[in-house]
Design a protein around this ligand. Structure first.
Ligand SMILES: Cc1cc2nc3c(=O)[nH]c(=O)nc-3n(C[C@H](O)[C@H](O)[C@H](O)COP(=O)(O)O)c2cc1C
Length: 328
């Protein structure tokens, strides 16, 4: 089963991908956080930093696009093909109210006729890249999914990543594995499962239930345990020293990329929202980490966490699961 790194806005940046792949062996694919092309058809400097080929050299990166207008999507797909990318991913999963109100992300799922016209225009333009889709089940009711599935199957979608929650489920309500199982039984597209895979046992159970599933994707679980995929490939868990090397390398790489420590510390805080779960008693520091705003305070708190807290497994506690309702 291929192991994919899920897009997490603010966390799985090009800096993260570079450091994570170097220290932990990497993912079979890294999906970038979405970017939303505007009608001017220009990349912002921030988008370019994320996507420019030199920043992703040698890595299996799939840029993710969020769009409702087929012309904007096609412009982005062509520009990314010209940079050397072979696949782009369409975001049909973002549940945020502001995104959905614009009919994008999961919000597009409420408009199946328009979505069909979007696919018709995009695929009939013979785009120069493969197009994969990351989708939720629908907006309010899992019964919306069979129609969407039929729509995806009518086009040359290269891979369908299913996050089996509805838009109204956010990230905290339980996933709906039965809806995924129904798609697994009948869908002819290559499928990938995404949602709450946080421990090696979660992947083993997934593979036992869906033995021919080609791929699985983890987001928060991988952010909390950067060695997750290495463990699944038979390698070792990350000890404290290795985790500290990871956080310090990542922080330094962010400082270098931004040319200053302030924004680097902000990025690291978002990373720590998940990493803190690896530490027994980490909840005592989670709020402090969220409130930090100066790089010096970040560095002090990071040193305290590593100095004072045992890893959850050293303390005999089970590793934290992805957990409900604690994410953005
Ligand atoms: C902070 C955060 C940012 C996210 N950003 C994106 C994104 O840019 N594109 C996307 O398709 N999904 C995004 N997601 C959803 C994840 O990719 C993933 O589908 C979701 O977290 C469920 O998987 P997990 O339980 O393995 O984390 C985001 C989720 C979180 C919590």
């Amino acid at each position: 089963m291929l192991l994919y790194s899920a897009p997490l806005q603010g966390i799985t940046t090009w800096v993260y991908r570079t450091v994570h792949s170097r220290l932990f062996g990497g993912a079979d694919r890294y999906f970038t956080p979405f970017f939303s092309p505007t009608k001017e058809h220009l990349f912002t400097p921030r988008e370019l930093r994320e996507l420019q080929p030199e920043h992703n050299a040698g890595l299996p990166v799939v840029p993710q696009i969020m769009a409702r207008n087929p012309a904007d999507f096609l412009w982005a797909a062509e520009a990314l093909a010209a940079m050397g990318y072979e696949e782009v991913n369409l975001n049909l999963g973002c549940p945020s109210g502001t995104v959905s109100a614009k009919g994008k992300g999961a919000g597009f799922l409420a408009r199946p006729e328009e979505l069909e016209r979007f696919f018709e225009t995009v695929f009939s333009a013979a785009p120069p890249v493969r197009i994969s889709v990351k989708t939720r089940l629908g907006i309010r009711d899992p019964e919306e999914f069979p129609r969407l599935l039929e729509l995806y199957e009518s086009y040359d979608v290269s891979e369908l990543i299913i996050h089996p929650r509805l838009q109204r489920d956010g990230y905290g309500d339980p996933v709906r594995p039965e809806a995924f199982a129904a798609a697994y039984r009948c869908c002819r597209l290559p499928l990938c499962y995404n949602g709450d895979l946080a421990r090696p046992e979660d992947f083993t159970a997934l593979e036992a239930r869906f033995p021919t599933l080609p791929a699985a994707m983890a987001g928060r679980g991988l952010a909390a345990d950067p060695a997750l995929f290495r463990k699944l490939r038979g390698g070792g868990a990350a000890g404290r020293r290795e985790l500290q090397t990871y956080t310090q390398t990542l922080y330094r790489a962010y400082c270098e990329s931004y040319g200053s420590a302030g924004p680097a510390a902000q990025r690291m805080k978002e990373q720590w929202a998940y990493l803190i779960r690896r530490f027994a008693g980490g909840e005592r520091y989670a709020g402090k980490m969220r409130r930090i705003d100066r790089p010096g305070d970040y560095e002090t708190l990071e040193a305290r966490i590593f100095g004072e807290l045992p890893l959850a497994e050293e303390a005999g506690a089970p590793e934290n699961r992805t957990g409900a309702g604690t994410q953005g």
